[in-house]
Design a protein around this ligand. Structure first.
Ligand code: COS
Length: 379
């Protein structure tokens, strides 16, 4: 790490320790997202970490961003996923494909944390097979009219800007993955409807909603790039998004490891602390090795991104390994705590629940393996 990267990581750790950790249990219990925290993250510059300074961002490298995101997740995974989606997907997609006017209009308030961003690809019947989505955009005078339903949108209700993928091809000329556009939506637009907030197993404080479009008019100025290339932009965005989720998972795993190490040092059975038992030592060592290996893979993917190299494979490798590490390490942390680990009074129970979804959203572990295998043949 460079001194600057270390400084950003330490700043994130301090913020997580003081502003997130003390409240994580309460936010989880109440399933309430602390919107005020987004403002605080914005003041630190953390909502525009990858946005250039000319648009009010910090203009940092991916490594700094992901190391900071890991720390935020160490404090609270729900806050981290909101930050990850915002920084990795809509802002990066606008940066990559947006016009000068779109960058000026959307990136500034997003970089300052005044507008929270979301990304909407999945639908009730289009999950892993994302290109089969059916929400339809129809050409109209000066723009497009959107109709359809989307599923599991993080920040989709309380957020301000959503990039949503909808079909732009016509029923008699279906073009599959090349017949989809990416639309920059304001959530206060007429015809943007927010459905019920999902009641989830973990990351309960993060807002996950279904949304629907009913004759939602989107002016041409809010179409991202080529209206037939939105699916490609979404997959490019997900290359970034998957590194973000890897960082979120890593923060969860690191937190679980630290709790397990501390507990095994304190808890006594058979007249000795648990840490004195070789079975426990092996368990803790395996957890630590997984976490370190996961971080190395994430840093490697971040370095590839910073070097301007293709990251599809590295991002999927990092996402797969970090998220499965989170699930394994939190499972073992619950085991170390024994009966207490199963109780809500102890944080490992929440971390275990928070870990699971990282193996699912932004591409399941099975999709990551599919992507990695395809890339092996491409190389
Ligand atoms: N970046 C840029 N372009 C990409 C890409 C990437 N990472 N991955 C694929 N593409 C391109 C392909 O090259 C192809 O274009 P060409 O025909 O010109 O070569 C196009 O996108 C379509 O790709 P493909 O034919 O592979 O599409 P599939 O429908 O088979 O889907 C998977 C590919 C399964 C990998 C994709 O649908 C996927 O990632 N699904 C999971 C979706 C997901 O993560 N959802 C979570 C959303 S957030 S809750």
């Amino acid at each position: 790490m460079t001194p600057e990267q270390q400084q950003i990581r330490d700043l994130a750790r301090e913020f997580a320790r003081n502003e997130l950790r003390p409240h994580a249990e309460e936010w989880d219990r109440e399933a309430r997202f602390p919107r005020e925290v987004v403002q605080a993250l914005g003041e630190l510059g953390f909502m525009g970490m990858l946005i250039p300074e000319e648009y009010d961002g910090l203009g940092l490298d991916a490594t700094s961003y992901l190391l900071a995101l890991e720390q935020v997740a160490w404090g609270d995974a729900s806050v981290a996923v909101a930050m990850s989606v915002h920084n990795s997907l809509p802002t990066q997609m606008i940066l990559a494909q947006g016009t000068a006017e779109q960058k000026e209009r959307f990136l500034r308030p997003m970089a300052r944390g005044e507008w929270l961003g979301a990304f909407s690809l999945s639908e009730p019947d289009a999950g892993s097979d994302a290109a089969s989505l059916t929400a339809q955009a129809v050409r109209a005078d000066g723009g497009w009219v959107l109709n359809g339903a989307k599923a599991w949108v993080t920040n989709g209700g309380m957020g301000d800007v959503v990039i949503a993928m909808c079909r732009t091809d016509t029923p008699d000329d279906r073009r599959g993955a090349k017949g989809i556009g990416a639309f920059i939506l304001r959530t206060d637009a007429e015809g943007y409807l927010v459905g019920k907030k999902e009641d989830k197993m973990g990351q309960r404080a993060s807002e996950t909603v279904g949304i629907a479009f009913r004759d939602l008019f989107v002016p041409d100025g809010q179409v991202l790039g080529d209206p037939s290339m939105g699916f490609i932009y979404a997959l490019q965005g997900l290359d970034n998004g998957r590194m973000g989720i890897a960082a979120v998972a890593l923060g969860i795993a690191q937190a679980a490891l630290e709790h397990a190490v501390a507990y095994a040092g304190e808890r006594k059975q058979f007249g000795r602390p648990l840490r004195d038992f070789q079975g426990m030592q092996f368990k803790l060592a395996d957890m630590a090795v997984r976490v370190e290996a996961a971080r190395a893979l994430l840093v490697q993917a971040a370095a590839a991104k910073d070097a301007g190299e293709p990251v599809t494979r590295a991002a999927s490798v990092a996402k797969l390994f970090c998220t499965e590490t989170a699930m394994q390490v939190t499972t073992q942390a619950v085991q170390v705590f024994g009966g207490y680990g199963y109780m809500k009074e102890y944080p490992v129970e929440r971390l275990f629940r928070d870990a699971k979804v990282t193996e699912i959203y932004e591409g399941t572990s099975e999709i990551q393996r599919t992507v990695i295998a395809r890339e092996l043949y491409r190389a």
